[in-house]
Design a protein around this ligand. Structure first.
Ligand code: FES
Ligand SMILES: [Fe+2]
Length: 403
């Protein structure tokens, strides 16, 4: 097992252009900055909104509510296999076309999408195919000009992204750039047995995101779920354009409790199970460290993708206001095939749930304290350089000309 190197301030030396000054807290508590983020970031860049296997067949749809933009995205897989995105807004008088049920994402399948107000009907390509008593519409009315309003949509490695800008300056693959190359080739689709947690948090979206973008907290916050398991020191940090990624490594192993040790031998996917042949593409763990645990990454602005042997998981923080956000945590493993594997998966899920509860437990408290205004700056540790990079990129966007 190779030792984790923790040479003092090594990341500041590696990335001197990021500086070492304290980082202002204002972006986390300012309503004015929140509105600028919405206009200059969230309505401009490519945002992850789903996975292609959520829409397995023609007519399958997903509703994704985006509070920051006061819209709901309607994703539809067409009969031609394409996934398209639309504003879920009727061309007649603007009613919601597919009525959401409950507070979170909706899924379903329809042959056609009929607005319940006056029964205007759209097909799988968002085209208006029926308007009730159409002969009563004025001569200037054209069905062909009144489909659902499209949203730019593209996929990468089976992940669905949208861009709310009518004319995005770059396509998805250019936007992802080297980050897309770094994470390409992992068998995401083969590891598709999943569970999701979500909750609404009374905190700024960045307070939540930042808590997942460092390992400096693992010895304290995760003393219950993963005691001494992971190193606080990061390895192989790569700042790739607006995005960032790093490896989190294991501490030297020590004897696990009997139940945990047994579960680790049976699990087909667990954060602490690293016994199989590697399935990682060569870009991940390119130093071939034998203590490699998992990749921790942030796709700007709000999506974290983590991959490891036999598992991948994501976190996403959706802004609702400067003081509120939605957190979604999704965990994907290989489907268990035996009862012992099912039991081991339950063990892994409970462990992960506990860890995520530990993570999310700090967020509202942090925001409440920051919102006092009593601290103008955060004093970041060298191992929190991904957090520093996040504010650096955000500042670049906020300082751009235009709305
Ligand atoms: S608002 Fe949709 S049919 Fe009238
Ligand atoms: Fe954590």
């Amino acid at each position: 097992m190779s030792a984790v190197v923790t040479e003092a301030r090594r990341w500041a030396r590696t990335y001197p252009w990021l500086g070492e000054d304290p980082v202002p807290t204002e972006p986390c508590i300012s309503e004015d900055i929140y509105h600028k983020e919405v206009e200059k970031v969230f309505k401009k860049v490519w945002l992850h909104v789903g996975r292609d296997n959520e829409l397995p067949e023609p007519g399958c749809y997903k509703l994704k509510r985006l509070d920051f933009a006061s819209t709901t995205v309607l994703l539809i897989r067409g009969k031609d296999g394409e996934i398209r995105a639309f504003h879920n807004t009727c061309s007649h008088r603007g009613n919601t076309v597919v009525v959401p049920q409950g507070e979170w994402d909706n899924f379903g399948q329809k042959a056609a999408f009929t607005c319940r107000f006056h029964a205007w009907t759209y097909n799988d390509k968002g085209e208006l195919i029926g308007a009730q008593e159409e002969t009563g519409m004025p001569p200037c009315f054209r069905k062909s000009e009144n489909g659902l309003t499209p949203i730019n949509c593209d996929t990468w490695e089976g992940f669905i992204f949208i861009n709310l800008d009518e004319n995005p300056p770059v396509g998805l693959h250019e936007y992802l750039g080297e980050m897309g190359n770094h994470f390409s080739g992992f068998p995401y689709s083969e590891i598709d047995h999943n569970f999701t947690y979500y909750t609404y948090l009374n905190c700024n979206w960045k307070v939540g995101l930042d808590a997942f973008a460092e390992a400096y907290h693992v010895n304290t916050i995760h003393a219950g779920s993963f005691p001494g398991t992971f190193s606080t020191g990061l390895q192989m940090i790569k700042l790739l354009g607006d995005h960032r990624t790093t490896a989190v490594c294991f501490n030297p192993p020590k004897d696990a409790p009997a139940v945990a040790a047994l579960a680790q031998t049976k699990a087909r996917g667990s954060l602490v199970n690293n016994v199989r042949e590697t399935i990682l593409p060569p870009t991940l763990n390119d130093e071939k460290r034998d203590d490699y645990a998992f990749e921790l990454s942030v796709f700007f602005p709000n999506w974290l993708l983590h991959v490891s042997e036999g598992i991948w998981f994501t976190h996403q923080f959706w802004p609702i206001g400067y003081d509120r956000c939605l957190w979604e945590g999704k965990y994907n493993v290989m489907e268990p095939t035996t009862n012992s594997e099912k039991w081991a998966l339950e063990h892994a899920m409970v462990l992960q749930r506990n860890a995520w509860l530990e993570d999310t437990a700090t967020m509202e408290g942090t925001f409440f304290a920051l919102n006092s205004g009593s601290k103008k700056h955060m004093n970041l540790h060298d191992e929190e350089i991904l957090v520093r990079h996040g504010y650096h990129v955000l500042e670049k966007y906020l300082n751009t000309e235009g709305p």
